[in-house]
Design a protein around this ligand. Structure first.
Ligand code: NOJ
Ligand code: CA
Length: 715
């Protein structure tokens, strides 16, 4: 132990900067220092309200060829500037966003080589963003990065909410532990029985949520991940330091750079409460403004779909069990169907009717196109063409029918991670969407990447995901990509990137009890959602999976009101009602909340938020006086104490409260709920019990003059 402490002290002493430049955030809360240490290594540190958050930490790179950019630097020059703008997102958690920071550009120059490496620091009152910039220079015109050597030296063994680093999946359950436990817990404890590819056992993914023993909340992530590999953080317990590990390519070098170039931003969001982390807009603000000239075609979407039934195993994506389909040659009309195909014309018509009756914008149909017989796991490059429907799916007829009812179909492109194949067919696939009037696509990257050996979050794959979004914009198509790299706020620049999955979503409930841990949705807003909205696909009303598919004996563990609240707590401009029609028909009064809830917001208030424990969020619908509240609980029952003081003074509202019934239980009685209507004003207060993995959802609308409110309780 003594040895460790001495090593730590010696380590700290060598990293202390010999010359330091300082930038303070506009309100003075965040202070960032940058300089070089005794070896000429660039270093930075950060304080929040005087408290150390990041101790002096090293910056730099190991290159593919040539001397590393790790030491021998001096500060050549420093530039400072202040910036303050308020911008209007096309859609979002609030109508307007303030982007206010002080900036310091530190230009480092390496003695001898004269190579320049600049680091731009932006100090916000709620955190820090910094990135490396390589100006155009002869000695570093194009180069490869073997590893980025960015460090985050922390001040203690904080509590962390984390998932293991993995170059190919983000679909893990979270673990809450001390930092020192990362790497020492069993695979079962951290739910790492999914293929964990080759990263160090002590490495984690970002966004990573931390809490210090004295109550500081810290979030580490990245912003504007463009043309660069996705970052992971490897914990070095001896020095209490996270060290960056980039996602590799097939060669030893992880990134190819052509100056002038910059890296993505590295972010450290800080606050005194969980709510401060959720209210931060640093990730969006560090992205470039909207790159699209015209955005009126981008609209938030509420949708249903032929989906959950395949996930639970009631029906199948494929049409036949024919072992090998050859695109353009196999004659489907000659194949014997297995009779369990979900996306049939007749069935999709039922969904269109249901969407029209209940005010949904779109119907997602998965399994409409040929190729599913050979999708992931077959290493098949020419797996889908994205334009040929199965013989029992009437592409034109169904689109015409949907449009006649004021509904659109949502396109589905499962690429099966055959990225080259997807790019080859992309233009034709988007043209087909334009021809039939689809304006949104859910894409997917299930399975191992083809070309073989590539990783989902490498520079090459990251470039593909953005290419798909940019090409889609040319066709006025919105993209919701599943299994793509975790978002980093790029939806500010490309607001047609309307959704991403990039985490463990509702689909894992098909595994029953162990699919999703009870506290999962109380963690996601602090981790996955820091980068942008998630297509979590909530709204499952039937937890006994045998009622969807008699052969599935699993039981998902949450209450109906938990599912309702997720429409507010899991921010997304794209929200699905994921269950099958029959189950919504059984609970029409609870379903009403899903029909009513908004998907675009004027304002969002994070009333209480503790990672893994609970969340209560109130949001005002954009351009309306309606409000919606969602409250969820993680691992224990709790009483929510809600003040309606966010409502406009002097006005009366009707609040419809959907809450777990007294005897509700996420395992034994998950469908027990109460619906109570109250008259409320901004002085009203509500005390409501919710259960473990349970919740409460409230819709609030202004009272209409002369409205009959007989029998309604005043709160
Ligand atoms: C995984 C996606 O997350 C899921 O939503 C989809 O149904 C399947 N892939 C098939 O594309
Ligand atoms: Ca998925």
């Amino acid at each position: 132990m003594k040895k460790n402490i001495t090593a730590l002290i010696l380590g700290i002493l060598t990293i202390l900067p010999v010359r330091a430049e300082t930038v303070l955030s506009p309100g003075g809360k965040v202070c960032v220092e940058a300089g070089v240490d005794a070896n000429g290594t660039p270093v930075y540190s950060m304080r929040f309200e005087g408290k150390e958050v990041i101790r002096p930490s090293r910056l730099g790179f190991e290159l593919g060829t040539g001397a590393p950019l790790l030491d021998g630097f001096t500060i050549h020059s420093v530039e400072n500037r202040s910036f303050d703008e308020t911008w209007t997102p096309v859609w979002g958690e609030e109508k307007q966003i303030r982007n206010h920071y002080n900036e310091m550009l530190v230009c480092f120059e390496q003695k001898g080589s004269a190579r320049k490496m600049n680091v731009r620091f932006r100090a916000f009152d709620d955190g820090l963003g910094f990135r490396y910039e390589f100006p155009l220079q002869e000695s570093l015109a194009h180069f490869t990065i073997r590893e980025e050597r960015t460090e985050f030296a922390l001040t203690g063994d904080h509590t962390a909410w984390w998932i293991p680093a993995d170059y190919d999946t983000q679909e893990y359950n979270y673990t809450c532990s001390r930092l020192s436990q990362i790497g020492s817990l069993s695979a079962a404890a951290i739910d790492a029985n999914v293929s964990q590819t080759s990263c160090s056992p002590t490495a984690v993914q970002t966004a990573l949520q931390l809490k210090t023993d004295d109550g500081l909340y810290i979030n580490l992530h990245e912003a504007a991940l463009v043309d660069y590999p996705c970052i992971n953080l490897d914990w070095d317990a001896a020095s209490l330091t996270f060290k960056s590990v980039l996602t590799p390519e097939m060669t030893a070098d992880k990134a190819v750079m052509f100056a002038p170039r910059s890296t993505p931003w590295r972010t450290v969001i800080v606050g005194k409460s969980g709510a401060d982390i959720l209210a931060s807009r640093i990730t969006l603000n560090l992205n470039d403004p909207c790159a699209l000239d015209e955005t009126s075609w981008i609209k938030p979407v509420k949708y249903i779909g032929v989906w959950w039934e395949m996930i639970v195993g009631k029906s199948e994506w494929s049409y036949s069990h024919y072992p090998s389909i050859i695109l353009g040659q196999t004659d489907y009309a000659q194949l014997k169907p297995h009779g369990r195909h979900g996306a049939t014309t007749e069935h999709v018509r039922e969904y269109i009717d249901f969407a029209a009756e209940n005010g949904f914008d779109q119907v997602l149909v998965e399994g409409w196109n040929i190729g599913w017989e050979n999708w992931f796991g077959c290493w098949k490059e020419d797996v889908f063409d994205f334009v040929t429907p199965y013989p029992d799916f009437d592409l034109k007829g169904l689109n015409d029918y949907a449009h006649s009812k004021g509904v659109r179909l949502m396109m589905h492109h499962e690429s099966s991670a055959a990225i080259r194949n997807y790019e080859r067919h992309m233009e034709a696939a988007y043209n087909l969407m334009n021809e039939y009037g689809y304006n949104a696509v859910k894409s997917g990257y299930v399975g191992d990447i083809l070309p073989r050996g590539m990783h989902h979050y490498s520079q090459w794959a990251v470039n593909h995901y953005l290419y798909a979004v940019k090409q889609a914009a040319k066709h006025k198509i919105m993209v919701n990509a599943h299994e793509a790299v975790r978002p980093t706020g790029l939806c500010r620049t490309y607001p047609n990137l309307i959704g991403n999955e990039a985490a463990r979503g509702t689909e894992y409930h098909h595994q029953g009890k162990d699919g999703i841990r009870h506290f999962h949705t109380c963690i996601l807003p602090f981790t996955r959602l820091i980068g942008g909205p998630m297509d979590y696909t909530p709204g499952i009303f039937e937890m006994d999976l045998s009622k969807t598919n008699p052969n599935n004996h699993g039981k998902a563990e949450f209450t109906i009101c938990n599912q309702l609240a997720l429409y507010v707590t899991m921010y997304s401009p794209l929200q699905m009602a994921a269950d099958i029609i029959e189950h919504y028909r059984r609970f029409p009064d609870a379903f009403q909340f899903i029909k009513d809830v908004a998907v675009d917001w004027e304002k969002s208030l994070y009333l209480e938020a503790e990672p893994g424990d609970y969340l209560t969020i109130a949001r005002q619908a954009k351009g309306s006086s309606d409000w919606f509240v969602g409250s969820i609980s993680g691992l224990s029952d709790r009483t929510v104490k809600l003040s309606f003081d966010f409502l406009e003074k002097g006005k009366k509202y009707i609040a419809t409260v959907y809450a777990d019934a007294k005897d509700a239980n996420c395992v034994t009685n998950p469908q027990a709920y109460t619906i109570t209507r109250y008259i409320v004003t901004n002085k009203s207060k509500l005390s409501q019990k919710i259960v473990e993995s349970g919740g409460m959802a409230i819709s609030i609308r202004e009272m209409v003059p002369g409205e009959n409110t007989k029998g309604l309780k005043k709160l």
